[in-house]
Design a protein. Structure first.
Length: 231
């Protein structure tokens, strides 16, 4: 049974989510503050974390950053009471795989959980970060798919999971224009319920790390009215 850890300080939300997790075949774990949640994320090794942003002890952004800095690739869905774009952008930048704004529908949350877990389960080499070989090169860029590593001009790039998956998808379809909907399907999964704006946010941060912030960049080009491609 897949473990799902919810780190949330509001008991009513925890109770609702835990009940629905059990009804959908998951083992729900709970933490009521950031410090307890971070400890449980390390010790319990859940299959997915539902992470509130505003938490006592340690906020969700810091928890996400610490786990990713440790090389922990557990998928994370951020829960945010704020509906401002900057909060969503920060969550994605710090390594979250998805976000959902409060108040949320429980059916939508279960669908998000299922979609994220399916994405990870269908790509075990990405989820575990193991293996070797199977590389894609483009100019000075090298993408080692099995090792989940990217190097530019010989220097390692620190990418989030979704940034890596996005870059990999563009590289595997090099020369082909990928629409935002196609990228959502390939990277986030066909059951993802978010907005295509999510793709633009990830492309922006990926370009920044590649030093490729121009719309007609060396590694990622914007095709107006259509989407993106790697030339």
């Amino acid at each position: 049974m897949q473990k799902v850890l919810i780190i949330e300080d509001e008991p009513n939300i925890r109770e609702l989510v835990l009940y629905n997790l059990s009804q959908n075949g998951y083992q729900g774990l709970e933490a009521e503050d950031g410090l307890q949640g971070l400890s449980m994320a390390r010790s319990e090794k859940p299959g997915l974390i539902l992470l509130d942003i505003m938490l006592p002890g340690k906020n969700g952004y810091d928890i996400c950053k610490e786990l990713r800095a440790e090389g922990n690739k557990i998928p994370i869905i951020m829960l945010t009471a704020k509906n401002e774009e900057i909060d969503k952008v920060l969550g994605l930048e710090f390594g979250a795989d998805d976000y959902i704004s409060k108040p949320f529908g429980i059916r939508e949350l279960m669908a998000r959980i299922k979609a994220v877990l399916r994405r990870y389960e269908s790509n075990p080499e990405v989820a575990e970060g193991t293996g070797s070989g199977n590389c894609i090169t483009a100019g000075e860029l090298l993408i080692d798919i099995n090792r989940h590593e990217v190097r530019l001009s010989g220097k390692d790039l620190d990418l989030t999971m979704k940034e890596f998956d996005l870059l990999r998808t563009l590289a595997e379809n090099r020369g082909r224009v990928m629409t935002r909907d196609q990228l959502l399907d390939k990277v986030w999964g066909f059951e993802y319920i978010g907005e295509t704006r999510t793709v633009d946010v990830h492309v922006r941060y990926l370009r920044k790390k590649l030093g490729d912030e121009d719309n007609d960049g060396k590694y990622i080009q914007t095709i107006r009215g259509m989407g993106y491609k790697m030339p």
